[in-house]
Ligand binder design. Sequence first.
Ligand code: S3P
Length: 449
Amino acid sequence: MTTAHAAAPLRARASTGLAGRIRIPGDKSISHRALILGAMAVGETVVTGLLEGEDVLRTGAAMAALGAEVTRGDDGVWRIHGVGVGGFAEPGGVLDFGNSGTGVRLAMGAVSTTPIACTFTGDASLCRRPMSRVLDPLGRFGAESMGRAGGRLPLTLRGSANPMPVTYVSPVASAQVKSAILLAGLNAPGRTTVVEREATRDHTERMLRAFGASVSVETHDEGHAVSVEGGADLRAISIAVPGDPSSAAFPLAAALLVPDSDVTVEGVLMNPTRAGLFETLREMGASLDIIDRRDEGGEPIAALRARFSALKGIEVPPERAPSMIDEYPILAVLASFAEGRTVMRGLKELRVKESDRIAAMARGLAACGVKVTELDDGLIVEGNGPGGMPGGATIATEMDHRIAMSFLVAGLAAKTPVTVDDSAFIATSFPGFTELMTGLGGGLVRVNR
Ligand code: S3P
């Protein structure tokens, strides 16, 4: 979404019997990485199933501005002619990443060991988010940056002319930080290592290997040490992007909450570093079947079938947070319809996502008549049981796609309709969400402001 757009309010009303077999758009994390690694490789990378959401399209445009050839065929297949490691050209203008933290942080890593200057910006949400978490480690490679207070966007980064490999212990559990460092390390001679205390999503590691890079992972007491050998070429590959589990979460959650529903989502990425929500839902008593498990393009995938279920509240283990970090907004909605209390902790990172998701969920659920306690690092939700959420509120979506989708799912099962003030940001990660949910039988209607 650009900074100026017409807000698009959307209302969800109580529905019954959601049914269907669907596919959801491609995984956002893998899509960003396919474009960036394709741009850094030698030869033509071919990508099918790319998520064509705003966030990923911005990354594609940025890679083109850095000299890669990025094209989309009429058949929906994307082709990227890479410039090779260290081959990025200085862009002629500002690189605008819109709403996307992943896009901007990974791109900063990718350019930081090439001696060019790049200016990065984004929308109001992205300009509020902390960038020093990547700028600090990138500085150790010799990159220099100048931005707003706290390293916030807009900022200019000048990549290092003589990069040295780095070993960095990350203070935050963030795949974006890990990935930015690994991408920087590709153009530094020798071994670059990132140590993370908790394992975060590993798509960069998997994809780097597929592109021919030498990547190793060691687990010791302080955590996982992920290393990449710099100075080697990446070789172009073909990538089939699986369905995004973070997007699948919304229709599956709707099926669990709306009476008489039976929905199957096919081709969903089941990488263990992303599948924490599904484990949590089963602990809550959800009827969620994982069928047709198989491997495709180096990632496990499966079909997921969800049916209306009486859920019960649980304590979600805080150490599970990295594997479901984007799913807490929808989990908080599910917890509101569970019997009993759900405790979610260890979620400080949620305060620096597209919005402060702890505050946004606490405010929105309270407005819908749910008893919720906001903790510094999490939420406690007292469930009202199936169909028990009063609803009837208009929710401030705070430029956050997942807040918008979470409350629309809530509205499909609440006693009275729930309205989100702006559904436009849904297009950053889940183009076609409204049509897909309507196709399943969900009552979503546009409303005038
Ligand atoms: C992402 C990592 C996570 C996640 C984001 C996508 C990625 O962010 O919230 O939606 O693709 O690497 P952090 O790395 O900041 O936790």
